[in-house]
Design a protein around this ligand. Structure first.
Ligand code: FE2
Length: 213
């Protein structure tokens, strides 16, 4: 991004007053300030010690790094659920359409819980899609519409990646004394993902529909 731009506001003119008198307050919003932005308040990847929550910097840094990976993966899984909610077809359309959206909502809740835990720890939560795409460890899902069993397989793969990481992150948080992060990882992320794996997995068990074999 260019440091200066023709669109950037003139910092010398405090309120963009065009009257010349300086006595009339302006209602003009100060626009385009992003083009001449000062340094960010906090760089991504750093951890501040602002909040007195009884955890040292090393512990916070480790938890923030792990939680940002978990956040990127959870946002990816969340969006995969919405994609599949829209694109699913076949005899199980209705139940999968509804189930996918339920899981989307639950994953959205997890996204907020993880992101806010990162902020509480003094970190900066990853947020934008392009950054999430770079960070996530979940394989890229194609734009194409896919058959329901393929959708389910992709979802289960993503759940498994998140669950494997959550066991590791929970142990690291526990060893470091970060009980709050351990609780988020186990009580929220792990439990929710395990339950969703159950509900999704049962759709790819090959059982007869109308007549027992
Ligand atoms: Fe919908």
């Amino acid at each position: 991004m260019a440091k200066s731009s023709a669109n950037a506001p003139d910092k010398k003119t405090k309120n963009n007053d065009q009257s010349g008198s300086g006595s009339t307050p302006s209602v003009q919003p100060v626009l385009n300030q992003q083009f001449d932005a000062p340094k960010p308040l906090q760089k991504y990847g750093t951890v501040s010690q602002r909040l007195p929550i009884g955890l040292d910097e090393k512990t916070r840094q480790q938890s923030v790094t792990n939680l940002n990976q978990m956040l990127a993966d959870t946002m990816t899984l969340r969006d995969m659920y919405k994609k599949h909610h829209w694109q699913v077809v076949g005899p199980t359309f209705y139940q999968l359409h509804l189930l996918y959206d339920k899981h989307y909502e639950e994953q959205s809740g997890l996204v907020d819980t993880i992101a806010e835990r990162i902020q509480i720890l003094g970190g900066v939560a990853v947020a934008m899609a392009h950054d999430v795409a770079e960070l996530t460890s979940i394989p890229r899902t194609p734009r194409d519409r896919e058959e329901a069993p393929i959708q389910v397989s992709r979802l289960l793969e993503a759940h498994q990646i998140i669950l494997k990481n959550s066991h590791e992150y929970a142990k690291q948080a526990d060893d470091a004394g970060d009980d709050g992060t351990n609780d988020v990882v186990v009580s929220d992320v792990m439990r929710t993902n395990e339950l969703q794996v159950w509900f999704v997995s049962e759709h790819v068990v090959d059982t007869p529909l109308a007549r027992a074999e």
